[in-house]
Design a protein around this ligand. Structure first.
Ligand code: GDG
Length: 487
């Protein structure tokens, strides 16, 4: 029955959280995250199959169908797979390397072995569930080798690969000791997609350089050619591989399911604001607790504005939701303690009993509560040092279709390329973050027509480019790229 799947998504995680109870039984609940948010509507539309890790080590339930008709096919990972493949190579090697070395990547051969083995496991699971000539959509940096392995196991499949995080400049990528294997893994796909043209250009430049390097290492001639014909969306390019296939490369900026992010009810927003002491200005941050997201920077900017008297602690509050993430990795622990120390210090300096200036939650909230926060916030702060896209920015915008509110957004988030009405800042320069926070508040109070025009420009972009546009444009190009590959 399973091999009848003609549309398969493979991602590191299944869109569930699985808890194993002491008696061996388990419960499963939906899990948040950019990828899940992006893909659920597409899968539901296609009644597709999702291959992924269920989230607990050493156990995996049998494949099962969700209420919305998607077949979930779990891949079992051992605790040592998890450490080497996920915590190690994916999140302590690739994640910092692809985010421009905000922290130093660790290059460890054991982790690389685990990464190869686990990519093989995922590819074998996909090969098992995919119908002849099925379309397979491989997601993200944890599975960079899957397209190449699948191409060998199942040459009949049409394979797309999408990278959800930035693709770094070739000069940075070339640090990676296993760079040729990674590039060749990606080139197993018929279409490789990125959020931004810049990412795609980095990849194209790299394929030329790495192919050259591989040649000198192995004595093989450089057989990768880049074809710059404007075929695939935005940047259209094909790479000719040594096995004479054309691999499409293009930019497909991801977006959100706008219908899931409408305004919260007026009474729930008023209740929240009442609990907060009815502040004049409510700032909001919502992020996974990750050192790339610039959470500390925005806290410092807020602190300095209070210190300088540009914000009044009786009238301004900052709400920060920091969802727990990758907590066993050192840099994440450090990042958390820095954030929590700053929250304590700022409240110690500027709060009063029963009236903190920073309200901080270190947990995941239900989407309905997130919606209330988005609706209540006057100014959304999205200040990553580097971010593939950043869906939180788009969710806030979708929630403010009425033109209220303001978005302060890092110029290093992919979303900055689309949200022309945002107050763009440079998170490496605290003065710039402070300036844009002040500008946003000023416009909301003194220049409301301009603030409104900015938010309306943002929301027009998000409503006309939702997640369906993203998925459909990728899948349309994949169809075309696949046909091209056979030609
Ligand atoms: C990666 C790339 C790219 C957060 N806290 C809660 C919660 N969330 C949801 C948000 C949003 C998602 O998680 C986070 O998505 P982002 O895009 O902001 O960031 P990453 O997790 O780093 O995602 C990123 C994305 O992939 C997609 O390609 O944009 O650049 O790094 O949807 O709403 N959801 C709930 N409770 C929370 O507390 N329910």
């Amino acid at each position: 029955m399973e091999a009848s799947n003609s549309f398969v998504v493979v991602a590191n995680r299944l869109p569930v959280d699985m808890t194993v109870h002491p008696d061996g039984s388990y419960s499963i609940s939906p899990s948040p995250g950019g990828l899940v948010t992006g893909l659920s509507p597409v899968l539901e539309q296609h009644r597709g199959c999702w291959v992924g890790w269920p989230g607990t080590v050493d156990v995996a339930p049998e494949p099962f169908r969700t209420d919305t008709g998607v077949l979930l096919h779990p891949v079992k990972l051992t605790s040592s797979d998890f450490e080497g493949f996920y915590e190690g190579f994916s999140n302590a090697t690739l994640w910092p390397l692809f985010h421009d070395l905000i922290v130093q990547p660790v290059y460890n051969t054991d982790w690389w072995q685990a990464f190869r083995e686990v990519n093989l496991k995922f590819a074998e699971a996909v090969a098992q569930v995919s119908a002849p000539n099925a379309t397979v959509w491989v997601q993200d940096y944890q599975l960079l080798l899957v397209p190449g392995i699948l191409r060998q196991l199942r040459p009949d499949l049409k394979i797309g690969f999408f990278l959800h995080i930035p693709f770094p400049s070739p000069d940075l990528f070339r640090q990676l000791p296993w760079r040729e294997e990674i590039v060749r893994g990606m080139l197993g796909a018929d279409l490789v997609g990125f959020h931004l043209i810049q990412n795609a250009e980095n990849f194209l430049a790299l394929t030329k350089q790495v192919a050259g390097t591989a040649g000198s290492h192995t004595g093989q001639p450089d057989e990768l050619e880049v074809h710059g014909t404007a075929k695939v969306r935005e940047l259209g390019a094909y790479i000719r591989t040594p096995d004479a296939r054309n691999v499409g490369v293009g930019a497909f900026p991801i977006s959100i399911d706008v219908s899931a992010f409408g305004k919260a009810s007026k009474s729930s927003v008023l209740n929240l604001l009442n609990d907060l002491g009815n502040p004049e200005t409510t700032f909001l941050g919502v992020d996974r607790l990750d050192y790339t997201k610039g959470i500390l920077q925005r806290l410092l900017a807020f602190e300095q504005l209070l210190e300088a008297g540009a914000l009044d602690p009786e009238k301004a509050v900052l709400l920060q939701v920091a969802t727990p993430s990758r907590e066993r990795i050192d840099h994440y622990r450090v990042s958390r303690s820095q954030v929590e120390e700053a929250v304590g210090r700022i409240n110690g300096r500027f709060g009063r009993m029963g009236h903190p200036v920073v309200h901080y939650l270190h947990r995941s909230l239900p989407k309905s509560e997130l919606q209330i926060l988005y609706s209540a916030a006057d100014v959304m702060l999205v200040t990553p040092f580097k971010d593939g896209m950043n869906l939180v920015a788009k969710e806030y915008v979708a929630n403010h279709r009425d033109g209220n509110g303001a978005l302060v957004l890092s110029e290093f988030a992919g979303a900055a390329a689309e949200l022309s009405g945002a107050y763009l800042c440079n998170p490496f320069d605290l003065e710039s973050v402070k300036r844009q926070m002040v500008a946003a508040v000023y416009d909301l109070r003194q220049n409301p027509a301009s603030a409104r025009a900015r938010m309306l420009a943002n929301s027009e972009q998000v409503y006309s480019h939702d997640v369906n546009v993203w998925a459909n444009s990728f899948l349309d190009c994949l169809k075309e790229a696949g046909e091209n590959a056979k030609a």
